[in-house]
Design a protein around this ligand. Structure first.
Ligand code: FAS
Ligand code: PHB
Length: 392
């Protein structure tokens, strides 16, 4: 079997790259080790940067997002009994879009089905091979049949636990990691969100986040211990803890109900350098992970795709093979700044210890940044998303 670009992974990275390449007439095949339903069942990101919204529209998958998504012009920090809004739209001229990753993935899957491009789900034993030669290939098993997919380039869009990064020789890659000493316990509930915009809460008992998917579907998180289990948290315990961590007037408006999803996500910062290995590219979570505090994970994956798409279009349509060498350097410039913002937001909002001085430093930092135009501006320009470089 032959294609121009072989894509490992049918998450947002792989599907968006596939859609953009297909639009340009560049043949591509996606291989995914889970079922499409399983991929859609994962509850993940909720906030799209302005650049992500633009790229989804460019890819022809923005129509339902524009109908059902919710543009947000700002969000708030709550700390020390206060609620301080960051007016992102006033400070940047742009909005973020609240539209769940599940819906983005569904829209991309529908577009791929409509395009007729080839996707193999529920594959096994995926192995990228010969990517340091000009004839890379991927071997895998699908429905009991061993398949060799010959290609010109491989995009490893297979996430943090995928095979692509693990296939790179150990001496060719350097990784950087910070594992945080806590997790996020997240719930979905068919209840109206407590406020119209997101609230990121610093509280002496720990972090909390009030988010949403739509006016009748809320998404809430509370910081929990790293070894905690979702089954340790009854709905009542969760709602009581969330109320405690919010300002009283906000907590009074909280509408509770049965949770329809409850899970704990670990928090880590992770970057692999470089991101290009011969004709293999690492994309999205395969190359980097951020703590979700800055709402950057999905959006960083999208910005890698934006860069790789431009490069592959130049290489495969115009013969500009020199562009391959630009991928890693361009992506990492933006990745490290998003890692910084995500690490900073996590450091600012979570409880790391009972040390009273550290807690006062967090409150002073929040007080300074929210009471200064410069402080609010730097937060707003990072939250809306830093510029994505174009490849000339
Ligand atoms: P993904 O992990 O989404 O997709 C990789 C795909 O590759 C998966 O479908 C996987 O099944 C497949 N795959 C893996 N190994 C394979 C193999 N060997 N062969 C074939 N296929 C293989 N980001 C935010 O912005 N906000 C959030 O609130 C947020 N919450 C998150 C919660 C959790 C629990 C997790 C894990 C991540 C969260 N993220 C969040 C980050 C998340 O949204 C990612 O950034 C986003 O899914 C990245 O997309 P991909 O790079 O496509 O990776
Ligand atoms: C979410 O809605 O899941 C969400 C929103 C913003 C974040 C993290 C998660 O920073």
């Amino acid at each position: 079997m032959k294609t121009q670009v072989a894509i490992i992974g049918a998450g947002p990275s792989g599907l968006l790259l596939g859609q953009l390449l297909t639009q340009q007439g560049i043949d591509n095949v996606i291989i995914e080790n889970r079922s499409a339903d399983y991929v859609l069942s994962r509850i993940r990101a909720g906030v799209l940067e302005a650049g992500t919204v633009d790229l989804l529209r460019q890819a022809g998958v923005g129509a339902r997002m524009d109908r059902e998504g919710h543009p947000h012009g700002g969000f708030a920090f709550s700390f020390d009994g206060r609620l301080e809004r960051i007016d992102v739209h006033a400070l940047t001229g742009k909005n973020v879009m609240v539209y769940g990753q599940t819906e983005v993935t569904r829209d991309l899957m529908d577009a791929r089905t409509a395009s007729g491009a080839t996707t193999f789900y529920e594959v096994q034993d995926v192995q990228p091979r010969d990517f340091y030669t000009d004839k890379p290939r991927i071997t895998f098993v699908h429905a009991g049949r061993e398949i060799t997919l010959e290609c010109e380039y491989i995009a490893g869009c297979d996430g943090y636990h995928g095979v692509a990064r693990k296939s790179v020789p150990a001496d060719a890659i350097k990784t950087f990691e910070r594992v945080y000493p806590f997790g996020w316990l997240g719930v979905l509930s068919q209840t109206p969100p407590v406020t119209d915009e997101l609230i990121y809460a610093n509280h002496e008992r720990g972090f909390a986040l009030c988010s949403m998917r739509n006016p009748t579907l809320s998404r809430y998180y509370v910081q929990c211990t790293i070894d905690d289990k979702a089954e340790n948290w009854s709905d009542q315990r969760f709602w009581d803890e969330l109320r405690t961590r919010l300002p009283a007037d906000v907590a009074a408006d909280l509408v509770t109900g049965p949770t329809i999803e409850k899970s704990i996500a670990p928090l880590r910062s992770f970057v692999a350098e470089p991101m290009t290995f011969g004709r293999l590219f690492l994309v999205g979570d395969a190359a980097h992970i951020v703590p979700p505090t800055g709402a950057k994970g999905l959006n960083l994956a999208v910005s890698d795709v934006a860069v790789l798409y431009q490069i592959l279009r130049g290489v495969l349509l115009d013969g500009r093979t020199e562009l391959v060498a630009r991928y890693s350097e361009v992506c990492l410039r933006r990745i490290w700044k998003a890692e910084r913002f995500s690490w900073w937001m996590t450091s600012l909002l979570h409880k790391f210890s009972d040390d009273p001085f550290s807690q006062r430093m967090q409150l002073a930092e929040l007080d300074y940044y929210t009471s200064s135009v410069a402080g609010r501006t730097t937060i707003a320009e990072n939250y809306i998303g830093l510029p994505i470089e174009t490849i000339d």
